[in-house]
Design a protein around this ligand. Structure first.
Ligand SMILES: Cc1cc2nc3c(=O)[nH]c(=O)nc-3n(C[C@H](O)[C@H](O)[C@H](O)COP(=O)(O)OP(=O)(O)OC[C@H]3O[C@@H](n4cnc5c(N)ncnc54)[C@H](O)[C@@H]3O)c2cc1C
Length: 379
C-alpha cells in the first residue's frame, strides 16, 4: 500500500486548483446570488478535459483514473460546488454508463461530444413521486415496435436546461416492477420533450436544476442502452460511481471552508490575540482537520477500488455518507469561526454551508446510504 500520488495525479490536482482560483473564484458570489449558470467556466473545464476525465481518449475523454477525478472534484468544489455538480453529472452520471454499456454507435453519437465537453449530459431518474424509491417510476416508455413512446415527468434534473443529451429512466413493463425499467438516450429538441421550470434553491444556486416533461416523445429503439429491462440495474450501478464524485464534492466543500477558517483565525484578533490562539478555536480546527482527512481517505479508497476493477458499492456509500456529514459539520463551524463575518456573503463560508446540505440529499440521501451499507454488510 502506498499513500503517494503519482506525478500525473498531482499535476491534475494542481491544474484543477489553479483553474478554480483563477476562473471560478471571480464572480462566484454573484453567480450564486443571481443563479447564473457558469457557461464560460464550464466550457473551459471541457477544453481542459475535466468533463470526460475517465473516458477513453478514443471517445474524446482524458483517460484518467478515478483518483484523479476525486482530486479534481475536491479542488473545484472548494471554490464552486455549482460548477462541480455539473462536472460530476457529466463525468459520472452520463459518460460512465454510455461508455460502459453503450454500443459503438451510441458511443460515437452520444459519448464523444459529451466527453469532449462540447455538449452537456444529464441523468434523469427522479420524479415528483419517485426519489429514494426509484423503483416506482411513473414515466412510461411504451414499446411501439421500432420506437418507444415516452410519457411522464422527471424532477430535479441537474444540467436540465443546459444539457442536450439526456439519459432517461422509464418503465416499460409495470408488471415486472423494477425489472421492466429501461434506459433511453434522449436529445433536446425531440418533439414532445419540454424542459420545465428552473428550481430556486438553497445552495448550489448557480447549477441548473429543472423538471423535464415528456409527452408522446418518439424515442428510436436504437437509443435504448442494454437489453430490455436493464434500466434499473443501470441506474443503480451509475449511482454507485456517482457517489464517489459527490463524496469528493462534499470533501471539497469541507476543505474549502476549513482553509478559509484557518486563514481567518490567524488574522482575526479578539481579547488581544489571534482567535487561533484561543483553545476553543484550536479544537474546532483540529476536529475539522481530522474529519476532512478521514473523508479524503474514504473518497480515495472508493476511487482506488473502482480503478482496480473491484467492488466499490459499499465504499462509495461510506465515502458519501461520511464526507457529506463532514461537509455539513465543517461548514457550520466555519461560519462560527468567522463570527458575524461568517454570516455575510463576502466571506464565502455561508455559501459553502448552504452548498453542503445537498450532498446529504442527492444521489441517495444519507438514510439511503445507510440502507446500502447495511445491505452490503448483511449479505
Ligand atoms: C439540487 C438537486 C439536484 C438533483 N439532481 C438530480 C439529477 O440530476 N438526477 C436525478 O435523477 N435526481 C436528482 N435529484 C433528486 C435527488 O436524487 C432526490 O431528491 C433524492 O434522491 C431524494 O428523493 P426525494 O426528494 O423524492 O425524497 P424522498 O425519497 O421522498 O425522501 C424524503 C425523506 O425520507 C427518507 N426516506 C425515504 N425512504 C426511506 C427509507 N426506506 N428509509 C429511511 N428513510 C427514507 C429520505 O432519506 C428523506 O429524508 C436532485 C435533487 C436536488 C435537490
Amino acid at each position: 500500500m502506498t499513500f503517494q500520488l503519482s506525478e500525473e495525479q498531482i499535476a491534475v490536482r494542481d491544474a484543477a486548483r489553479e483553474f478554480a482560483q483563477n476562473e471560478l473564484l471571480p464572480g462566484v458570489i454573484e453567480r450564486d446570488e443571481h443563479q447564473i449558470f457558469p457557461h464560460e467556466q464550464i466550457k473551459k473545464l471541457g477544453e481542459l478535459g475535466f468533463l470526460g476525465m475517465m473516458v477513453d481518449p478514443k471517445y474524446g475523454g482524458s483517460g484518467m483514473d478515478t483518483i484523479s477525478y476525486v482530486l479534481a472534484m475536491e479542488e473545484i468544489s472548494k471554490i464552486d460546488a455549482s460548477a462541480s455538480v455539473c462536472m460530476s453529472v457529466n463525468n459520472s452520471l452520463f459518460c460512465w454508463g454510455v461508455e460502459k454499456y453503450g454500443t459503438e454507435e451510441q458511443k460515437q453519437k452520444w459519448l464523444v461530444p459529451v466527453a469532449k465537453g462540447e455538449k452537456l449530459g444529464a441523468f434523469a431518474l427522479s420524479e415528483p413521486e419517485a426519489g429514494s424509491d426509484a423503483t416506482s417510476q411513473k414515466t412510461v416508455a411504451e414499446d411501439k415496435g421500432d420506437h418507444y413512446l415516452l410519457n411522464g415527468t422527471k424532477n430535479w434534473i441537474t444540467n436540465g436546461g443546459n444539457a442536450s443529451h439526456y439519459i432517461v429512466i422509464a418503465q416499460t413493463h409495470p408488471e415486472l416492477t423494477h425489472k421492466g425499467i429501461n434506459v433511453l438516450l434522449v436529445e433536446k429538441g425531440m418533439p414532445g420533450f419540454v424542459v420545465g421550470k428552473k428550481e430556486n434553491k438553497l445552495g448550489i444556486r448557480a447549477s441548473d436544476t429543472h423538471s423535464l416533461m415528456f409527452q408522446d416523445v418518439k424515442v428510436p429503439k436504437e437509443n435504448r442502452i442494454g437489453a430490455d429491462g436493464f434500466g434499473f440495474k443501470f441506474a443503480m450501478e451509475t449511482l454507485n460511481g456517482g457517489r464517489i464524485g459527490i463524496a469528493a464534492q462534499a470533501l471539497g466543500i469541507a476543505s474549502g471552508a476549513y482553509e478559509l477558517s484557518l486563514q481567518y483565525s490567524k488574522e482575526r484578533k479578539a481579547f488581544g490575540k489571534e482567535i487561533s490562539q484561543h483553545q476553543a478555536i484550536q479544537f474546532k480546527l483540529a476536529d475539522m482537520e481530522v474529519s476532512i482527512e478521514a473523508a479524503r481517505l474514504l473518497c480515495l479508497k472508493a476511487a482506488w477500488l473502482k480503478d482496480q476493477g473491484l467492488d466499490y458499492a459499499k465504499a462509495s456509500a461510506i465515502a458519501k455518507l461520511y464526507a457529506s456529514q463532514t461537509a455539513m459539520d465543517t461548514t457550520i463551524e466555519a461560519v462560527q469561526i468567522h463570527g458575524g463575518y461568517g454570516y455575510v456573503k463576502e466571506f464565502h463560508v455561508e455559501r459553502l454551508m448552504r452548498d453542503a446540505k445537498i450532498t446529504q440529499i442527492y444521489e441517495g440521501t444519507s438514510e439511503i446510504q445507510r440502507i446500502v451499507i447495511a445491505r452490503e454488510i448483511l449479505k
